[in-house]
Design a protein around this ligand. Sequence first.
Ligand SMILES: Nc1ncnc2c1ncn2[C@@H]1O[C@H](COP(=O)(O)OP(=O)(O)OP(=O)(O)O)[C@@H](O)[C@H]1O
Ligand SMILES: [Mg+2]
Length: 486
Amino acid sequence: MRRRLLLSFLSITLFVLIALGLPLGLSYANTEDRRLATDVQQVAFGFSQRAGAIFDGGSVADAADLQMVVDAYARDGGARVVVADADGAVVAASPGAAARASTPAMVLALGGAEVRDRYRAAGLGESVGVAVPVLAGGQVQGAVLVEASRAATAQRIRNNWLLLGALGGAILLVVGLVSTLLARSFTKPLADLDRGAARLGEGDLAVRVAVPDDPPELTGLARSFNATAERLETLVRSQQAFVADASHQLRTPLAALRLRLENLEAEQADGEETRPEDIERSLAEVQRLSRLVDSLLVLTRAEADRRAPESIDLGRIVADRRDAWAAYAAEAGVRVEVEAPAILVRSVPGRLEQVLDNLISNALDVAPAGSAIRVQVLKRGEMAEVQVRDAGPGIPAEQRARAFDRFWRGGAVRRDGGGFGLGLAIVRELVAADGGDVALADAPEGGLAVVFRLPLAGPGPVAPLDAAPPSEADRLDEPVRVPSAR
Ligand SMILES: Nc1ncnc2c1ncn2[C@@H]1O[C@H](COP(=O)(O)OP(=O)(O)OP(=O)(O)O)[C@@H](O)[C@H]1O
Ligand SMILES: [Mg+2]
């Protein structure tokens, strides 16, 4: 990924550099060559004019003068000049140039033509040569040949190419560096994520990756990765805690049962008669154990239960549960009073019964004889609300937050001698599974009010639960003030 990014950056840069640099270099070379040619041509014309003046009746002094100028030019410019008359006889020539009077270019110039050419000349190397006729009195009286070395121009052109190359190289280097850094900044979060995912896969649930500010796609990916890891960790840790708690809770009744059975065995071995109450106590222990296992199963299944909710008449269920508990309540001298109009809620069949049973059983365990337990059902916005209130000791406000924890048991003196501390945990799981919530509050009766809410069933077909989770505003953050039942 990093190499590919780098390669693409570099190839684009190279393409741009070539597209811009090549025409620039070529045009510079062209301009330089043209200038050299023009310069040489001008010099040739200059000499041709001077020679023309001499041929037009100049003096010997003029001829010497021409020779001097020719020498001066040839010395300064790395050039050669030869001036010949109409017969090709040398009139003036720079050192070593006399032999050039009979070149084809000179012959052409003597014929009246103007010749410009680039060639390798002995002694000068690559050079530009210009031959022009000397005109005097309207006639060709001679010719001038100027040859100038192209070395300086070629050097300038080479230097220009080198400069362009160096510039291009520097640009490539900078682009390479910058794109390496960029590519690294792009790929680092990906590499981090890759490493994080690998560690998560190996079971390191505490792994989190750094969230990059940029680009947004990676920011989102890193955030969801962390959220996933967080959720996985919470889930696994709570499962572990649950299994640990559950096995711990199972140990005590199992140990008690074993003790009783061992006693029975010892009694039998001693030939004593087995007392029926010993067997009864063992059976009670077994019953307690199976109740614990049942509660644990309800708790674990509530989360995994994916059955679709149905429209259920809350009023009917509440009335049913009142009837179911009537005998037990009567035994305890407690009335169960129900105020439950028919209200349709969305719930998975069987759940509401379990919720109400747990709450009524808790209330019955603490309600003083002669008091009443009130179950009230009402509509509150988009939700149905159920209050289960008693006149018992209640739960102190500072303990209410923990009351829904698994295996938490309060200090209230109870009719049944105390359960496992799973009832309220089950209630919360089941209500949440139906998209509702539950909270504890003070009851006007003096005891505890457990208030849970469930989404009302809409008029249309019942939607799956996941489609419409309760909005944040609907949640019971604070205990609801329970209106007086009187
Ligand atoms: N109506 C109530 N009034 C006073 N205290 C209550 C009431 N309901 C529950 N509690 C307290 O909250 C604790 C937890 O209740 P929860 O129903 O979760 O467990 P439990 O009733 O002790 O055991 P389980 O329901 O598993 O048999 C109880 O031990 C009790 O002290
Ligand atoms: Mg309970």
